[in-house]
Design a protein around this ligand. Structure first.
Ligand code: HEM
Length: 202
């Protein structure tokens, strides 16, 4: 793919990644009869959480997709997708902390300590911060091989994120189970490629 085509595609992908945010904004403003329903704060927490999780899965899908298709340029989208995952998860947290808990630090801390699903989600968010901070080219160069090691944190983060989702569900566990299956495939593929396939080359 030429540099120009890649740049155009990057702009398109960037705009597509903003669609969930744009839709939420239209619903919040009540444009064209759209609405967030009876409990807008709950709906915002829900949507930002789901999109944070979706972008984490999409980010993890880049490498398997690259190996399966041989399209190495796919890797050029991974950082942007990862940063969108961080952005949506951060919004999820900020809506919870600000609109749900009124930025009352003692209540938030109590939740983090006493509600296991929040402890798990909060750990995932904390672990995402160093990845977002070190996502620049400069940090990549500065950290060298340590950068790759650090960014392997995305695997435990994804596990924690799916676990958090599973734990907060009250009745219907189907949706989190679908995410567990997707994540198992994404991590299982890497394991197979690294250990099984390389031990039995065709
Ligand atoms: C990687 C980090 C995280 C991801 C991917 C994530 C994702 C999700 C998802 C998918 C849901 C379910 C939405 C629904 O179906 O209603 C959810 C719910 C929730 N999350 Fe997170 N979350 C993360 C971190 C956090 C953090 C840091 C907090 C707060 C400290 C938090 C607080 C909540 C709350 C309060 C709910 C709603 C539970 C309910 O409806 O009773 N999450 N999260």
């Amino acid at each position: 793919m030429t540099a120009g085509a890649l740049r155009t595609l990057k702009v398109c992908v960037f705009l597509v990644c903003l669609v969930p945010l744009g839709k939420l904004a239209l619903e919040l403003l009540g444009v064209a009869g759209l609405s967030l329903g009876a409990n807008p704060v709950e709906e915002l927490i829900h949507r930002f959480g789901i999109w944070g999780l979706n972008f984490l899965m999409i980010t993890l899908a880049v490498t398997p997709l690259r190996f399966m298709t041989g399209k190495n340029w796919l890797i050029r989208f991974r950082r942007m997708l990862g940063l969108f995952a961080f952005f949506y998860v951060l919004m999820h947290f900020l809506v919870y902390a600000g609109l749900d808990q009124g930025f009352d630090l003692s209540v938030i801390l109590e939740d983090v300590v006493e509600r296991p699903y929040i402890t798990v989600g909060f750990t995932a968010l904390l672990l995402l911060i160093p990845l977002a901070v070190t996502s620049t080219n400069r940090m990549m160069k500065r950290l060298g091989r340590r950068w790759q090691k650090l960014h392997r944190l995305v695997y435990p983060i994804a596990v924690l994120a799916v676990w958090h989702f599973y734990w907060q569900v009250k009745l219907d566990t189907l949706e989190p189970i679908v995410y567990i299956a997707i994540l198992s495939f994404l991590l299982g593929y890497r394991f197979w490629r690294k250990y099984v396939r390389s031990a039995h080359p065709r």
